[in-house]
Write a protein that binds this ligand. Structure first.
Ligand SMILES: [Zn+2]
Length: 305
């Protein structure tokens, strides 16, 4: 039976000792069938400190954290679990400073933990999108006005972005997928659309020129935002725009600023919470542990509404 935790104290109360945490993680990662992370062999035996691969050419020892984002961490698993619970539960995320206070670890450790958790939340194998898909791009971060004149970044091609970082998003069935892009030209956006959206689907965008020509592969519904057209025949891009404002408010309010290099990780974190917004905090916690190593069980979460 699935364990339920109504709150963070309930979770900490259950995971009192490391052995309980390990058992839980083994179940979430392997569902009772441990696999050697070194060679992929499923014939393994238990040792007093973990497992050993039974394959003669491998014979390597491993624990449940080997090959996961928790590998080689000196932090106790219960503290990791608390961090994962908090990060996935807090609607707007949590800063490394706040997390370090909450968990009693130093800020550098909290910062590192947050990045590992974001890696865990990243969707490793996105599914092909079908049906009605809202596509839109936005610009995040940057404070051009505060920079010295010689450090200001010139207007780049495409929409005015100055030193902000462009992000492209596709939203289908209430779930968002984001990609940090170098610019918002057709050459940058279209390959993403073609690789992620099934031909023949309905693509809903605004009138940005990069989307011209999508009608040869999709039913392309163009909303003329410049002419104040935001809904037509039930088609709109309000959901993806709602996600952008959540992302920007979160990054501005909690993280203050994010370097372009790390922006994709923050997008992954916000996307994960957004896409699992209809499930409970403890389901979001346990669900995130199942793709600790990159196995895709995100579909199970996606299916749940
Ligand atoms: Zn092996």
């Amino acid at each position: 039976m699935e364990l339920r935790f109504k709150s963070l104290p309930a979770l900490l109360n259950h995971f009192k000792d490391e052995a309980t945490c390990i058992k839980y993680l083994e179940l979430k990662r392997w569902n009772g069938k441990p696999i050697c992370p070194h060679c992929g062999n499923d014939r393994v035996y238990r040792t007093n400190r973990g497992f050993k691969c039974a394959k003669v050419t491998c014979h390597k020892k491993f624990s449940v954290t080997v090959g996961t984002v928790l590998e080689n961490s000196k932090i106790k698993l219960s503290i990791w679990f608390a961090a994962i619970y908090v990060v996935t539960a807090h609607k707007k995320g949590i800063s490394s400073l706040q997390l370090s206070r909450d968990l009693g670890v130093c800020q550098k450790t909290a910062w590192f933990m947050l990045h590992r958790i974001r890696e865990m939340l990243r969707v490793k194998q996105p599914v092909l999108l079908t049906g009605e898909i809202q596509g839109d791009e936005t610009f995040v971060g940057g404070k051009n006005k505060n920079r010295h004149a010689n450090k200001k970044i010139k207007e780049s091609q495409g929409r005015s972005c100055k030193d902000k970082t462009p992000v492209f998003g596709l939203l289908a069935d209430g779930k968002v997928n984001t990609t940090v892009v170098t610019d918002t030209r057709a050459e940058s956006l279209k390959p993403i659309i073609f690789s992620m959206v099934e031909r023949g689907s309905i693509m809903i965008t605004d009138e940005w020129g990069a989307y011209n020509g999508l009608n040869s592969s999709y039913q392309h519904e163009v909303l003329k935002h410049n002419a104040n057209e935001y809904v037509r025949d039930g088609f709109h891009t309000n959901s993806i725009e709602g996600f952008w404002s959540l992302l920007k408010r979160g990054i501005f309010g909690i993280y203050h600023s994010v370097s372009p290099k790390h922006l994709n990780k923050y997008c992954d974190e916000f996307s994960y919470r957004y896409n699992t917004r209809k499930i409970k905090d403890d389901e979001r916690f346990s669900g995130s542990l199942t793709h600790i190593q990159g196995r895709l069980t995100f579909d199970q979460l996606r299916a749940k509404k």
